[in-house]
Design a protein around this ligand. Structure first.
Ligand SMILES: CC(C)(COP(=O)(O)OP(=O)(O)OC[C@H]1O[C@@H](n2cnc3c(N)ncnc32)[C@H](O)[C@@H]1OP(=O)(O)O)[C@@H](O)C(=O)NCCC(=O)NCCS
Length: 322
């Protein structure tokens, strides 16, 4: 797994080799200057214990010409359409062909979508550097504009566009259970429960902090890497099986009533697995579930790097009757 973060002065760029000379040279010679001048934001991937960059992308604001865009894509406007350009994207040669290119693209799309969430924007565009890159973007559902090598995706469609490539049709299931909470459940055999405290605007930051605090007090511990093991079940937290399609996570507080967090789902197989294992892996996080309701591994890795993923192995307290 790789850490994704904004380019900084500690990153080592010299050895970067994606097989595309212009993209390698730009990273080594121009990226820091472009970022310093506010022309682009550059994000890099590195291993957790190394500063050597193994992938990168750059995003920059864009005003997309409306020509050749359908009325619905333009949202009915005939002016230029605001959005973001993925100006560059490349992965180290040794990592190719293992799915990392998809994840890097997802990382770039999600970063652009996050920027648009704050500052507005309707489209993300890319200018494919060659026919291979064009085919790569087509494969991920981006749509060509006219007869050019420019492709776009609507920002409100980002997760569903690429999510189906990364995760298949709908391998996980999400329910909004109470305001501010959302579950995503990974497909078998993982059966991991990821509880997302809804992305909360700055004004509601305190609410988010207190929700994260609740899980810390209950014995959830920070997860720093996707590989971190959850060794022991947490005494203060249990999982109750209410029916084949309903679990409840119960958090006992030192003072006050226990807090029940229902986990409705549509997978009896999940209940069977939880019952057989005697525990369920549960994570509380802030921004790891994409708009489509799927767990987004790139976002979750970033959440981990930011120290906001808390996890616990939660013991099953009550077997279902019958
Ligand atoms: C383009 C690039 C990022 C792809 O990364 P990668 O690691 O080779 O691709 P992945 O292994 O992640 O492939 C992911 C998916 O994309 C598909 N894919 C990869 N390259 C493709 C291509 N040229 N055409 C069509 N599909 C392609 C794979 O088949 C795979 O699909 P699947 O998940 O359905 O099996 C990488 O090759 C690269 O950095 N190239 C040099 C720089 C470059 O051209 N960047 C684009 C700049 S505009």
């Amino acid at each position: 797994m790789y850490v994704s973060e904004r380019l900084n002065e500690h990153h080592v760029l010299d050895a970067f080799d994606s097989g595309s000379g212009p993209l390698d040279q730009w990273l080594k010679n121009d990226a820091r200057r472009a970022q310093g001048a506010g022309m682009a934001q550059v994000y890099v991937w590195r291993e957790p214990d190394s500063q050597v960059v193994v992938g990168y992308f750059a995003i920059t604001p864009a005003n997309v010409a409306p020509d050749d865009l359908s009325r619905s894509v333009r949202g009915g406007y005939s002016s230029r359409i605001p959005g973001y350009l993925i100006a560059r994207l490349a992965i180290a040669r040794q990592l190719r062909g293992q799915g990392y290119g998809s994840e890097l693209l997802l990382d770039a799309l999600e970063s652009a979508a996050a920027a648009a969430n704050l500052g507005g924007g309707r489209l993300i565009v890319v200018d494919a550097i060659d026919d291979n890159a064009f085919a790569f973007y087509r494969h991920h559902g981006l749509t060509p504009i006219g007869g050019t090598r420019r492709l776009f995706v609507r920002i409100d469609r980002v997760s569903e566009t690429i999510g189906s490539v990364l995760y298949g049709e709908r391998p996980s299931h999400t329910e909004t259970v109470v305001t501010g909470f959302r579950w995503a459940i990974t497909a078998p055999p993982d059966h991991t429960l990821v509880l997302q405290l809804e992305p909360i605007a700055a004004a509601r930051r305190a609410a988010k902090d207190s929700a994260v605090g609740l899980f810390s007090v209950a014995g959830f511990t920070p997860i720093v890497l996707p590989t971190d093991a959850l060794d022991s079940a947490r005494a203060g937290v249990t999982c109750r099986i209410d029916s084949p399609v309903h679990l409840t996570i119960v958090i006992r507080q030192e003072a006050g009533p226990a807090i029940d967090i229902p986990v409705p789902h549509d997978s009896p197989a999940l209940t069977t697995a939880v019952k057989a294992d005697g525990f369920v892996r549960t994570y509380a996080t802030t921004d790891s579930i994409g708009a489509s309701g799927l767990i987004d591994r790139a976002m979750m890795t970033r959440d981990m790097a930011n120290g906001v993923v808390l996890g616990a192995r939660v013991a099953v307290a009550t077997a279902p009757s019958g």
